[in-house]
Design a protein around this ligand. Structure first.
Ligand SMILES: [Zn+2]
Length: 282
Protein backbone atom coordinates (compact mmCIF):
# COMPACT_ATOMS: atom_id res chain seq x y z
CA UNK A 1 0.00 0.00 0.00
CA UNK A 2 1.33 3.42 -0.89
CA UNK A 3 2.25 5.33 2.26
CA UNK A 4 3.49 8.86 2.85
CA UNK A 5 6.79 8.69 0.91
CA UNK A 6 5.23 6.80 -2.00
CA UNK A 7 2.24 9.14 -2.28
CA UNK A 8 4.47 12.21 -1.90
CA UNK A 9 6.76 11.18 -4.78
CA UNK A 10 3.68 10.28 -6.86
CA UNK A 11 2.16 13.71 -6.19
CA UNK A 12 5.42 15.48 -7.06
CA UNK A 13 5.90 13.61 -10.33
CA UNK A 14 2.24 14.00 -11.33
CA UNK A 15 2.33 17.68 -10.50
CA UNK A 16 5.31 18.15 -12.83
CA UNK A 17 3.77 16.02 -15.56
CA UNK A 18 0.26 17.46 -15.39
CA UNK A 19 0.63 21.08 -14.30
CA UNK A 20 -1.27 23.24 -16.79
CA UNK A 21 -2.78 20.32 -18.71
CA UNK A 22 -6.29 20.92 -20.01
CA UNK A 23 -8.98 18.35 -19.30
CA UNK A 24 -11.16 17.15 -22.14
CA UNK A 25 -13.47 14.84 -20.22
CA UNK A 26 -13.68 12.63 -17.17
CA UNK A 27 -15.49 9.41 -16.33
CA UNK A 28 -15.66 6.76 -13.65
CA UNK A 29 -15.76 3.19 -15.04
CA UNK A 30 -15.42 1.91 -11.48
CA UNK A 31 -19.09 2.26 -10.57
CA UNK A 32 -18.45 2.76 -6.88
CA UNK A 33 -15.23 4.76 -7.09
CA UNK A 34 -16.75 8.24 -7.01
CA UNK A 35 -18.04 9.05 -3.57
CA UNK A 36 -19.49 12.44 -4.51
CA UNK A 37 -21.93 13.43 -7.25
CA UNK A 38 -22.16 17.22 -6.89
CA UNK A 39 -20.28 18.72 -8.64
CA UNK A 40 -20.41 15.92 -11.24
CA UNK A 41 -17.27 14.59 -12.94
CA UNK A 42 -18.47 16.21 -16.18
CA UNK A 43 -17.70 19.55 -14.51
CA UNK A 44 -14.00 18.80 -15.11
CA UNK A 45 -14.27 19.30 -18.89
CA UNK A 46 -12.41 22.45 -19.96
CA UNK A 47 -10.60 22.91 -16.63
CA UNK A 48 -6.86 22.65 -16.18
CA UNK A 49 -4.86 20.65 -13.66
CA UNK A 50 -3.03 23.21 -11.53
CA UNK A 51 -1.06 20.74 -9.41
CA UNK A 52 -1.08 17.55 -7.37
CA UNK A 53 -0.38 17.50 -3.66
CA UNK A 54 -0.65 15.04 -0.79
CA UNK A 55 -2.55 14.91 2.48
CA UNK A 56 -1.57 11.94 4.67
CA UNK A 57 -1.67 8.97 2.30
CA UNK A 58 -4.10 10.68 -0.09
CA UNK A 59 -3.20 12.44 -3.33
CA UNK A 60 -5.18 15.59 -4.18
CA UNK A 61 -5.47 16.74 -7.79
CA UNK A 62 -5.98 20.51 -7.84
CA UNK A 63 -8.09 21.90 -10.67
CA UNK A 64 -8.76 25.37 -12.03
CA UNK A 65 -12.01 26.94 -10.88
CA UNK A 66 -11.32 25.92 -7.28
CA UNK A 67 -12.14 22.24 -7.51
CA UNK A 68 -10.07 19.38 -6.12
CA UNK A 69 -10.15 15.62 -6.59
CA UNK A 70 -9.35 13.93 -3.29
CA UNK A 71 -8.21 10.34 -3.88
CA UNK A 72 -7.84 7.42 -1.50
CA UNK A 73 -5.72 4.66 -3.01
CA UNK A 74 -6.57 2.11 -0.28
CA UNK A 75 -4.31 -0.94 -0.54
CA UNK A 76 -4.05 -1.47 -4.27
CA UNK A 77 -4.82 1.83 -6.03
CA UNK A 78 -2.42 3.79 -8.23
CA UNK A 79 -2.74 7.25 -9.71
CA UNK A 80 -0.78 7.40 -12.93
CA UNK A 81 -0.58 9.35 -16.17
CA UNK A 82 -0.51 7.47 -19.46
CA UNK A 83 0.34 8.63 -22.96
CA UNK A 84 -2.66 6.85 -24.38
CA UNK A 85 -6.22 6.35 -23.31
CA UNK A 86 -7.27 3.23 -21.48
CA UNK A 87 -8.98 0.44 -23.31
CA UNK A 88 -12.65 0.17 -22.36
CA UNK A 89 -11.80 -3.37 -21.27
CA UNK A 90 -9.18 -2.26 -18.74
CA UNK A 91 -10.89 -3.59 -15.64
CA UNK A 92 -8.44 -1.82 -13.36
CA UNK A 93 -9.75 1.64 -14.33
CA UNK A 94 -11.70 3.41 -11.60
CA UNK A 95 -11.56 7.08 -12.64
CA UNK A 96 -10.29 8.36 -16.01
CA UNK A 97 -9.40 11.98 -16.68
CA UNK A 98 -8.76 12.54 -20.36
CA UNK A 99 -6.44 15.39 -21.24
CA UNK A 100 -6.70 17.53 -24.37
CA UNK A 101 -3.14 16.57 -25.38
CA UNK A 102 -4.09 12.88 -25.65
CA UNK A 103 -2.76 11.74 -22.29
CA UNK A 104 -4.89 10.33 -19.51
CA UNK A 105 -4.71 10.47 -15.73
CA UNK A 106 -5.99 7.20 -14.33
CA UNK A 107 -6.97 5.98 -10.94
CA UNK A 108 -6.37 2.26 -11.31
CA UNK A 109 -6.72 -0.52 -8.81
CA UNK A 110 -5.12 -3.93 -8.93
CA UNK A 111 -6.99 -7.00 -7.74
CA UNK A 112 -10.69 -7.75 -7.82
CA UNK A 113 -11.82 -5.61 -4.92
CA UNK A 114 -13.06 -2.08 -5.53
CA UNK A 115 -11.98 -0.06 -2.55
CA UNK A 116 -10.07 2.92 -3.94
CA UNK A 117 -12.20 6.03 -4.17
CA UNK A 118 -12.25 9.68 -5.19
CA UNK A 119 -14.26 12.74 -4.19
CA UNK A 120 -14.66 15.84 -6.33
CA UNK A 121 -14.91 18.78 -3.94
CA UNK A 122 -14.74 22.57 -3.93
CA UNK A 123 -11.11 23.31 -2.95
CA UNK A 124 -12.10 25.06 0.25
CA UNK A 125 -14.06 22.00 1.38
CA UNK A 126 -11.17 19.54 1.23
CA UNK A 127 -9.99 20.33 4.74
CA UNK A 128 -13.53 19.77 6.03
CA UNK A 129 -13.89 16.35 4.43
CA UNK A 130 -14.25 13.66 7.08
CA UNK A 131 -11.20 11.76 5.82
CA UNK A 132 -9.06 14.90 6.07
CA UNK A 133 -10.52 16.63 9.12
CA UNK A 134 -9.95 13.55 11.29
CA UNK A 135 -6.25 13.17 10.41
CA UNK A 136 -3.55 13.61 12.99
CA UNK A 137 -0.47 15.72 12.19
CA UNK A 138 1.65 14.69 9.20
CA UNK A 139 4.40 12.20 10.03
CA UNK A 140 6.69 14.04 7.60
CA UNK A 141 7.94 16.61 8.14
CA UNK A 142 7.79 15.30 11.70
CA UNK A 143 5.58 17.12 14.20
CA UNK A 144 7.31 19.02 17.01
CA UNK A 145 8.66 16.69 19.71
CA UNK A 146 6.19 18.00 22.33
CA UNK A 147 3.25 17.38 20.02
CA UNK A 148 4.53 13.94 19.10
CA UNK A 149 5.07 13.04 22.77
CA UNK A 150 1.47 14.05 23.51
CA UNK A 151 -0.07 12.04 20.67
CA UNK A 152 1.99 8.93 21.43
CA UNK A 153 1.08 8.99 25.14
CA UNK A 154 -1.75 6.46 24.80
CA UNK A 155 -2.14 2.96 26.31
CA UNK A 156 -2.07 1.45 22.83
CA UNK A 157 0.57 -0.69 21.19
CA UNK A 158 2.95 1.25 18.97
CA UNK A 159 2.36 -0.82 15.82
CA UNK A 160 -1.36 -0.01 15.50
CA UNK A 161 -1.00 3.41 17.13
CA UNK A 162 1.51 4.71 14.57
CA UNK A 163 -0.67 3.37 11.74
CA UNK A 164 -3.76 5.13 13.08
CA UNK A 165 -4.23 8.04 10.69
CA UNK A 166 -6.19 9.93 13.33
CA UNK A 167 -3.15 9.84 15.63
CA UNK A 168 -0.47 10.62 13.03
CA UNK A 169 -0.94 10.75 9.26
CA UNK A 170 0.98 8.90 6.55
CA UNK A 171 2.37 5.73 8.14
CA UNK A 172 1.18 2.26 7.11
CA UNK A 173 2.25 -1.36 7.43
CA UNK A 174 5.60 -1.00 5.69
CA UNK A 175 7.03 2.14 7.25
CA UNK A 176 5.81 1.38 10.76
CA UNK A 177 8.17 -1.62 10.83
CA UNK A 178 11.05 0.53 9.61
CA UNK A 179 10.37 3.32 12.11
CA UNK A 180 10.14 0.91 15.06
CA UNK A 181 13.30 -0.90 13.96
CA UNK A 182 15.11 2.41 13.60
CA UNK A 183 13.98 3.33 17.14
CA UNK A 184 14.77 -0.19 18.48
CA UNK A 185 11.30 -0.47 20.00
CA UNK A 186 8.96 -3.45 20.27
CA UNK A 187 5.88 -3.25 18.01
CA UNK A 188 3.77 -4.19 21.02
CA UNK A 189 5.15 -1.73 23.52
CA UNK A 190 2.48 0.75 24.54
CA UNK A 191 2.89 4.42 23.74
CA UNK A 192 2.25 5.43 27.34
CA UNK A 193 5.00 3.05 28.56
CA UNK A 194 7.78 4.83 26.70
CA UNK A 195 10.56 6.55 28.61
CA UNK A 196 11.39 10.10 27.60
CA UNK A 197 14.50 8.96 25.72
CA UNK A 198 12.42 6.36 23.86
CA UNK A 199 9.91 9.01 22.78
CA UNK A 200 12.78 11.12 21.52
CA UNK A 201 14.26 8.14 19.67
CA UNK A 202 10.91 7.29 18.08
CA UNK A 203 10.45 10.91 17.05
CA UNK A 204 13.92 10.88 15.47
CA UNK A 205 13.10 7.60 13.73
CA UNK A 206 10.30 9.33 11.77
CA UNK A 207 13.26 10.61 9.72
CA UNK A 208 13.20 7.33 7.75
CA UNK A 209 10.22 8.77 5.85
CA UNK A 210 12.21 11.78 4.69
CA UNK A 211 15.14 9.56 3.74
CA UNK A 212 12.83 7.30 1.73
CA UNK A 213 11.59 10.35 -0.12
CA UNK A 214 15.17 11.46 -0.85
CA UNK A 215 15.85 7.95 -2.15
CA UNK A 216 12.83 8.14 -4.47
CA UNK A 217 13.92 11.57 -5.71
CA UNK A 218 17.26 10.01 -6.69
CA UNK A 219 16.07 6.80 -8.32
CA UNK A 220 12.65 7.57 -9.80
CA UNK A 221 12.51 9.32 -13.16
CA UNK A 222 9.61 11.23 -14.64
CA UNK A 223 7.19 8.36 -14.16
CA UNK A 224 6.51 6.48 -10.94
CA UNK A 225 6.57 2.72 -11.67
CA UNK A 226 3.78 0.35 -10.56
CA UNK A 227 6.09 -1.17 -8.01
CA UNK A 228 8.20 1.38 -6.20
CA UNK A 229 11.81 0.60 -5.24
CA UNK A 230 11.10 0.87 -1.51
CA UNK A 231 14.29 1.12 0.59
CA UNK A 232 13.07 -1.24 3.32
CA UNK A 233 15.47 -2.79 5.85
CA UNK A 234 13.19 -5.12 7.85
CA UNK A 235 9.65 -5.07 6.48
CA UNK A 236 8.90 -8.34 4.67
CA UNK A 237 12.44 -9.54 5.37
CA UNK A 238 11.58 -12.38 7.72
CA UNK A 239 14.47 -14.84 7.90
CA UNK A 240 17.06 -12.40 6.60
CA UNK A 241 19.82 -10.98 8.81
CA UNK A 242 19.17 -7.66 10.55
CA UNK A 243 21.25 -5.08 8.63
CA UNK A 244 22.49 -3.68 11.95
CA UNK A 245 23.26 -6.68 14.16
CA UNK A 246 22.86 -9.77 11.99
CA UNK A 247 20.10 -11.37 14.08
CA UNK A 248 17.45 -13.14 12.00
CA UNK A 249 14.51 -10.82 11.34
CA UNK A 250 11.32 -12.24 12.84
CA UNK A 251 7.67 -11.80 11.89
CA UNK A 252 4.33 -11.66 13.60
CA UNK A 253 1.66 -12.71 11.15
CA UNK A 254 -1.77 -11.13 11.26
CA UNK A 255 -4.69 -12.04 9.04
CA UNK A 256 -3.78 -9.61 6.27
CA UNK A 257 -0.35 -8.31 7.16
CA UNK A 258 2.82 -9.01 9.05
CA UNK A 259 4.99 -7.06 11.42
CA UNK A 260 8.74 -7.59 11.15
CA UNK A 261 11.30 -6.83 13.81
CA UNK A 262 14.76 -7.65 15.11
CA UNK A 263 14.34 -9.75 18.29
CA UNK A 264 17.81 -8.86 19.54
CA UNK A 265 17.35 -5.11 19.38
CA UNK A 266 13.60 -4.64 19.72
CA UNK A 267 12.12 -7.24 22.03
CA UNK A 268 14.99 -8.19 24.36
CA UNK A 269 15.59 -11.42 22.47
CA UNK A 270 12.00 -12.61 22.78
CA UNK A 271 10.06 -13.94 19.82
CA UNK A 272 6.55 -12.53 19.72
CA UNK A 273 3.64 -14.91 19.33
CA UNK A 274 1.76 -15.37 16.11
CA UNK A 275 -1.34 -13.17 16.17
CA UNK A 276 -3.34 -15.56 14.04
CA UNK A 277 -3.43 -17.90 17.01
CA UNK A 278 -3.10 -15.69 20.03
CA UNK A 279 -4.74 -12.34 20.39
CA UNK A 280 -3.26 -11.24 23.68
CA UNK A 281 0.37 -10.72 24.37
CA UNK A 282 2.06 -8.15 26.50
ZN1 LIG B 1 19.22 -6.12 14.82
Amino acid sequence: MPELPEVEITARRLSTALGGAEIESASAPGMVAMKTFDPPLEALAGRTVTGVRRIGKMPVVELSGDLALLVHLMSAGRLQVFDRRASARDRASRVLIRLADGRELRLREFGSRQRAWAKLLPSDRVSEDEMVATLGPEAWPAPRLEDFAALIDQPRQLHPLLRDQRAIAGIGRSWVDEILWEARLSPFKRGSELLEAEVEGLHRALGVLGRALEHYERVIGETVPDKLPMPLQVHRREGEPCPRCGTTIAAVHFKEHQANYCPEEQTGGRLLKDRRLSRLLK
